[in-house]
Design a protein around this ligand. Structure first.
Ligand code: NA7
Length: 537
């Protein structure tokens, strides 16, 4: 039998959330170990390495806020970071803070069982090792488990088929007939980059989206210097804003200004770039008010008409949904459809019927010859990252069964029946710029552990962290009420689990904003960690 290896804490995942959690738990003086199925740090940014993969949050706030020296010195040449640049940043962070020696790569979490008697998690991993740990800190990503639709005949396809998050550098795409299925953040970037080299590229689109320009540009030394000088102010603004993207979020409703001013503001947002900025950086009510949303839609539709010359392609690219999904950002997606070898297929009109050995056949009788199929079809998101693992809590409760009617957590940190199991950036996390949002979650998890350790060491309790079902219902109630007040709830997406057939439809993220989330956590701390218990005697 394999001997158990004991650690005070095990951190699972080494993306933004896990790497910082590892850093913080290490600082508590605990014996901490981390595992990651990947071969290096980076989380999402390790896996999503398709051509054109790039962050759509500006470089100066797409990073950690807490290492001032690194913040000011780590290189970023453009206003948006590419996947290789982000991966290099993670590697640098891990090296600077001596984190690598705690991380075991190529190791997947498969099972975790709570041992009530010993008050430990017994964790099994893909290497057949067994860990016994007091705290199980999971930072396993919002978007990890690929969603690949079940398409008839796919097995017979003789070309290459790959999900966007499984792209490898050896995949040949130059001079190939390429199909990109999906038009979310990944699909849009893939179309934009692959079309440059493809023999032909066809984007199969079920719901067209709204793609705003990035306005990608170099950042020179003087701009960088002025950003460095303002970092305190920048992070203060980030952490006290609703979405944390580094731009102001005016309180001005769309119809509080004249039509002429509105047009000028939309144009300025368009020129500055970023889908997030367009949604949140000009007006306060685009994501919540139908009439306001329609004004934004009108503007974007007009841009599509202006850019895309072929009327039929433009029609396929024109969404009839609310502009209230995750906003998309890309400089050349729409332009690509002016290439004669780039096509757009409307899957609502002509669904995919089957894949043959050499083509994708659609219901309108057309056969689209294809050598490479890229499934940019998204993920079994949020709780999907957990349902692939067998997690058994108190009284043999299975986590995926407890969450079958939709996941519930107390402020995204923990869930009842699963003592000392902590989530960072899991269900109930704030919808916001990811690095600062995960920083909040990681700091809170570390604070919970510090509190539990203090109680345990003082002998006033077991130090077993648990949230109450009441506190979870309250948090989920807030999540639902806020989501319901937004147009996000009126457009299907992974935010609600609607992208995966059979998945319980329920809001999975907190749309109340980063600053409110931060304030909630601060109040909980001040009120003696209200809603959590620590096994006090
Ligand atoms: P998304 O945003 O979930 O997009 C997935 C896309 O794939 C979207 O266009 C879907 O169409 C499409 N899709 C999903 N299933 C199918 C089937 N069965 N047939 C055709 N098309 C399908 O995933 P991404 O990887 O682009 O982005 C995920 C996140 O990563 C993103 O939010 C960023 O935060 C980074 P639909 O719109 O559902 O009709």
């Amino acid at each position: 039998m394999t001997a158990e290896k004991y650690y005070d804490a095990l951190v699972v995942g080494t993306g933004f959330a896990g790497l910082y959690a590892l850093y913080l738990v290490k600082q508590l003086g605990l014996e901490v170990h981390a595992i990651d199925y990947a071969s290096d740090v980076g989380g999402t940014w390790h896996w999503n390495r398709y051509p054109g993969a790039r962050s759509d949050v500006e470089s100066y706030v797409y990073r950690y806020s807490w290492d001032r020296e690194h913040l000011e010195s780590s290189p970023w040449p453009n206003n948006y970071l590419t996947q290789p640049e982000i991966q290099a940043y993670f590697q640098d962070v891990a090296r600077r803070h001596d984190l690598y020696r705690h991380i075991q790569f190529r190791t997947d979490l498969t099972d975790a069982t709570w041992d009530e008697e010993r008050k430990l998690w017994v964790v099994k991993v893909s290497t057949d090792e067994i860990f016994a740990v007091r705290y199980l800190v999971t930072a396993i990503g919002l978007l990890y488990k690929p969603h690949v639709p079940d398409i008839s005949g796919l097995d017979s396809f003789r070309g290459q088929a790959v999900h966007s998050s499984k792209w490898t550098p050896d995949i040949e795409y130059k001079d190939k007939n390429i199909a990109v299925i999906g038009s979310g953040a990944s699909g849009v970037q893939l179309v934009s980059s692959l079309a440059e080299h493809a023999k032909s590229l066809t984007n199969f689109i079920r719901h067209a989206q709204y793609v705003l320009p990035a306005a990608l540009r170099p950042v020179d030394a003087s701009e960088r210097k002025s950003i460095n000088a303002r970092y305190d102010e920048i992070w203060r603004e980030v952490f006290t804003s609703a979405f944390g993207f580094g731009f102001p979020e005016p309180a001005r409703p769309v119809f509080s200004v004249s039509a002429e001013d509105r047009e000028a503001i939309f144009q300025s947002l368009w020129d500055q770039g970023s889908g997030f900025r367009f949604l949140f950086g000009g007006f306060s009510d685009i994501a919540i008010d139908e009439a306001a949303n329609k004004e934004a839609i009108k503007f974007i539709h007009r841009k599509i008409q202006e850019i895309v010359r072929d009327r039929q392609k433009a029609e396929v690219l024109t969404s009839s949904d609310w502009f209230a999904r995750r906003p998309l950002t890309d400089d050349s997606y729409y332009e690509r459809f002016n290439q004669e070898n780039v096509f757009a297929v409307d899957l609502k009109k002509s669904p995919i019927k089957a894949v043959t050995s050499t083509a994708i056949e659609t219901a309108d009788g057309k056969s689209h010859p294809v050598d490479l199929i890229v499934f940019a079809t998204g993920f079994d998101a949020v709780d999907g990252s957990y349902s692939r693992v067998n997690i058994k809590g108190r009284n043999n409760q299975i986590l995926s069964e407890q969450w079958a009617t939709g996941p519930k957590t107390h402020t995204s940190a923990s869930t009842s029946n699963f003592p000392n199991l902590l989530f960072i950036n899991g269900p109930g996390a704030p919808f916001a710029n990811n690095p600062p949002a995960t920083e909040e979650g990681a700091r809170f998890a570390a604070d919970l552990i510090a509190r539990a350790e203090a109680i345990r060491k003082a002998g006033t309790g077991t130090g077993v962290i648990e949230s109450t079902p009441e506190s979870e219902n309250q948090w989920q109630g807030q999540i639902e009420a806020i989501a319901e007040a937004t147009l996000f709830s009126k457009t299907g997406s992974w935010f609600f689990g609607e992208n995966v057939p059979g998945k319980k439809v329920a809001p999975r993220l907190y749309f109340g904003g980063l600053s409110r989330y931060r304030a909630t956590l601060a109040n909980i701390r001040e009120e003696g960690y209200k809603g959590f218990s620590f096994g006090e005697f």
